[in-house]
Unconditional design. Sequence first.
Length: 100
Amino acid sequence: NALMEVLDGVIRGYSVGEVLEVECQGPKWTRDLCFEVPYDHPEIERLNARYKSTGGIKEGEIVELANGASAFVSSIYREEFEAHGTAPGPAGVVGEYWCK
């Protein structure tokens, strides 16, 4: 998380019990600027390609959008998933199941 890295750098060298006042600057946060984008959206694909060397986009990172604006990635949800497993069925028969 970029914010935590900055705070970590600021407090290094301080002892337990010391008080440090930190001032943050920037535009006021507003929910109106929050938006959700489907994971298969072209912009998400572009961002994952751009940040491929660091493993793609991750929660807690600030990314540069196609329009040049910055965005904080607060959450990543993937609606589709695949799981494979086995479960005991009737009369002790083991059945396989797939979820997709």
